[in-house]
Design a protein around this ligand. Structure first.
Ligand code: ADP
Length: 347
């Protein structure tokens, strides 16, 4: 039997001593156990292979002294509490090191070889960055040249009209290209930040950034948040994109002199956020389509708004990657309420 990670297996089942021994010997993860004084008690064959040591050499030695040339590895043994960090291995390999405290005061350090995975990630990352550059630069240039023509002398009304259209189209294509690049990033499963953050800060940031658009369209933004709110785990900048998308849509698909309301609250398990508008609404037969890639309603009021039909697709992907969910309730002509939920960090 080929085992992948000891962590996966030990999390799925309570293991008895014999099973543990079997897993310890056969897993592809390196495992090293030290006692409360930092002396190595156990080292499995995978750790021996990954670190280029022998078990005789390791057993009984202080981990901090045996691995003194590998600072990250030493930190995994020396720091208290759970620790996760990258560890460089011999032969230019890279491991994700995960350290946990044991009840007897010792520590267990696991090393997962992530060399190939990281190489693949960085190739994908490079490809997407190049794609972003190749798409965005010509569009920026198009808009720039159109502006330049405007400065070159008096234009006829018709010429000015065409130049304005070129600039608007370039801006629209630039936005679509940006969403496509973001979508490619998320779909390639590329790394996102993974840290605790407060969603209300991202909501406030979004409101500030969309204030001008709301003002131009005579839309009031109401915001209420439970105090205190549970923190959530993930990528604050990506979640900002989700809220931005929902709030921007709410403003764009609303009639002037109406209100858009954002409300956020949480319990011990989840954190909820709703963005509600009193706008044009979505018909029942389109509700299940709006999160699909490139879908835009055929409604003339939607078609009058520039857009690429990618915003909600991207928002949904981001929320799902955070372990949450997103949905909408709407009545045509009455408005829509988008809700997303994220797992809260338990106190
Ligand atoms: P875009 O807004 O660029 O068209 P989205 O993916 O953000 O793309 O939205 C997809 C479609 O969902 C929109 O074209 C519109 O038909 C509908 N939609 C999204 N948000 C709202 C809203 N708040 N009110 C009414 N319709 C909406």
């Amino acid at each position: 039997m080929q085992l992948n990670t000891l962590s996966e297996l030990s999390m799925t089942a309570a293991v008895d001593a014999q099973t543990y021994r079997y897993l310890f010997e056969r897993t592809a993860d390196g495992v090293i156990v030290v006692d409360a004084d930092g002396a190595i008690e156990q080292v499995n064959p995978a750790a021996v292979a990954l670190l280029g040591i022998t078990s005789e050499q390791a057993r009984g030695q202080k981990a901090a002294s045996l691995f003194r040339n590998n600072l990250a590895l030493v930190n995994l043994f020396k720091r208290t509490g759970d620790q996760v960090m990258d560890v460089h291995l011999p032969r230019r390999r890279l491991a994700l090191g995960i350290a946990s405290e044991l009840v007897n005061g010792g520590r267990l350090v696991m090393l997962q070889d992530v060399t190939e995975q990281r190489k693949l990630d960085s190739r994908r990352e490079e490809l997407i960055t190049r794609m972003a550059h190749d798409l965005r630069n010509p569009l920026m240039a198009m808009g720039g040249f159109a502006e330049l023509v405007e400065t070159m002398g008096d234009l006829t009304v018709q010429q000015q009209h065409f130049i304005t259209r070129i600039r608007q189209t370039a801006t629209k294509m630039y936005d679509v290209a940006a969403s496509l690049v973001d979508l490619a990033w998320i779909e390639a499963g590329l790394p996102m930040q993974h840290r605790p953050f407060r969603l209300e800060e991202q909501i406030r940031r979004t409101i500030v950034d969309l204030e001008k658009l709301a003002h131009e369209r005579r839309i009031a933004i109401a915001f209420s948040v439970q105090d205190p709110m549970p923190p959530v785990m993930g990528d604050p900048d990506r979640m900002y994109m989700v809220i931005y998308q929902l709030l921007q849509n709410a403003i764009l698909y609303s009639e002037p002199d109406s209100t858009v309301a954002i409300h956020a609250w949480g319990d011990g398990y989840d954190m909820y956020c709703t963005v509600a508008d009193q706008g044009i609404g979505i018909s029942d037969n389109e509700l299940h389509l709006i999160f699909d890639r490139l879908y835009r309603s055929g409604d003339t009021r939607v078609q009058a708004v520039p857009g690429g039909g990618l915003g909600l697709t991207l928002a949904k992907k981001i929320v799902l990657r955070h372990g949450g969910d997103i949905w909408v309730a709407s009545n045509l002509g009455d408005g829509s309420t988008f809700t997303f939920v994220l797992p809260a960090i338990r106190a």
